[in-house]
Write a protein that binds this ligand. Structure first.
Ligand code: GTP
Ligand code: MG
Length: 428
């Protein structure tokens, strides 16, 4: 049996059987378990796993010891033997004891949905920040699952990829892992501070920040590439993007803004991951405007949108101005297109259609710029001139005796901040 440690032969693919347990609780929760399993297949493939078969069990509750029923464990063993599986991947989260029991009974590597997602992130992480965040999430996930059964620790840490916390780290005790978590948190704080400084600098310079946010595989990176000619990684796979990428983009007016591509969301995003990726996700939080990119051709469109909105809420970015871009309209059925609730803030596009990109640019501009206002500033209040340049674009100046009349195209957010200084000088 191979264990995903640093010396694993990566050319040997894990061969997995996927297992889904549909309990009454799952049914009540409204989660579409069939779709969830489809997504698990994609996640497994993304992680480089060959999916051999899918086993589903309907059962009132989960089994404390085995998670699935004892009979199903036996069935799993037979199917695994027959197909030559190395791994079983469960669609729900398992307890440490369940993982150990199953591993001992089946001699298979046991992985759950959360661990699979963590593994994908570990394979993808490339920046210092990304690597720290993933390791932190992995350790936070593993810590409560360690219980002194020494020989199992390495397996627990095994994972799919070769970049999980290695065996050597996991053979150490909990105390060591706690220490490592503290270290990682400290590193992360540094990175977060740096990122914050950077953002504040952009903010001070009056640069408007717009974030692309959405379910994984919706087309966020494609849009960034199309709108800014950025050289980014685009793949028909889940979690192609992990680290945020920012590029400047020009609006039709010629004004430049910063557009940021972010990590995709998924239903049941592991809690530890959301916590660890706060620094990254913070980009959405700090944006002046969120572009919510939706795969309009997905059968699960509405569920995916709710997932994204719920996570935005959780991050404290729920009330940010948002434009919804229903993407992949070229791949939609006529019925799907008809169902789209379109208005000024919800438009249908294809990231690959030039004329739609123009629409997106215009929409962003319209959303960011408010009305044009005139201000009459007396000569002795020259100090207010710099404020006028902060609240938007000065598009015209006229002189009238001792006053200067400025025409300003307002930036909504900025104007709000300074309106109190300017109230008395608005020219009606
Ligand atoms: N048909 C069609 N495919 C699209 C469109 N936009 C993006 N795609 C495809 O959708 C897949 C995912 O695109 P990405 O841009 O990587 O998606 P993402 O939202 O960045 O995904 P993650 O980084 O994984 O969260 C790729 O295969 C794209 O080529 C579109 O308008 N129409
Ligand atoms: Mg992407």
């Amino acid at each position: 049996m191979t264990i995903g440690t640093h010396d694993t032969d990566t050319t040997k693919k894990d061969r997995a059987i996927l297992v889904s347990l549909v309990t009454d609780e799952v049914k009540r929760s409204g989660i579409n378990h069939e779709y969830s399993v489809q997504e698990l297949v994609k996640l497994a493939e993304t992680a480089g796993v060959e999916v051999l078969s899918i086993l589903t069990q309907n059962r009132e509750t989960r089994d404390t010891k085995w998670f699935i029923g004892k009979g199903k464990v036996e069935e799993l063993r037979l199917v695994a033997d027959e197909l030559g599986a190395t791994t079983a991947i469960f669609d729900q989260e398992l307890s440490g004891a369940q993982v150990r029991n199953l591993e001992e009974a089946l001699d298979l590597k046991i992985i759950d949905r959360t661990q699979l997602i963590l593994d994908i992130f570990a394979q993808r992480a490339s920046t210092r920040e990304g690597i720290i965040q993933v390791e932190l999430a992995q350790h936070s996930y593993l810590l409560p699952r360690l219980s002194g059964h020494g020989k199992n620790l390495s397996r627990l840490g095994g994972g799919i990829g070769t970049r999980g916390p290695g065996e050597s780290k996991l053979e150490t005790d909990r105390r060591h892992i706690r220490g490592r978590i503290d270290d990682l948190k400290r590193h992360l704080e540094e990175v977060t501070r740096y990122r914050k400084l950077h953002r504040e600098r952009r903010k001070k310079a009056g640069i408007i920040q717009v974030a692309l946010v959405g379910y994984t595989n919706a087309g966020k990176s494609t849009l960034l590439k199309q709108l800014t000619a950025a050289d980014v990684y685009i793949q028909d796979q889940l979690f192609a993007t992990l680290d945020p990428t920012s590029r400047t983009m020009e609006l039709p007016s010629g004004k430049e803004i910063v557009l940021t591509d972010t990590v995709g969301f998924i239903q049941n995003l592991p809690h530890d991951l959301v916590a660890a990726f706060r620094a990254t996700l913070e980009e959405a939080n700090e944006a002046d405007l969120i572009l919510h990119v939706v795969d309009a051709s997905s059968e699960m469109r509405d569920d995916q949108m709710s997932t994204v909105n719920a996570i935005l809420q959780q991050l404290g970015a729920g009330d940010k101005p948002q434009l919804v871009l229903y993407n992949k309209k070229d791949a939609c059925t006529p019925e799907q297109l008809q169902m789209l609730p379109l208005d000024k803030k919800h438009i249908k596009i294809s990231a690959l259609d030039e004329s739609d990109l123009i629409k997106v640019r215009e929409l962003i501009q319209a959303e960011l710029t408010g009305d044009t206002k005139q201000f009459r500033i007396p000569a002795e209040r020259g100090d207010l001139t710099s404020v006028l340049y902060k609240i938007g674009d000065v598009v015209g100046t006229e002189y009238d005796e001792n006053d200067v009349i400025y025409q300003v195209e307002l930036q909504k957010g900025e104007y709000k901040k300074y309106a109190y200084l300017l109230e008395d000088f608005i020219e009606l």
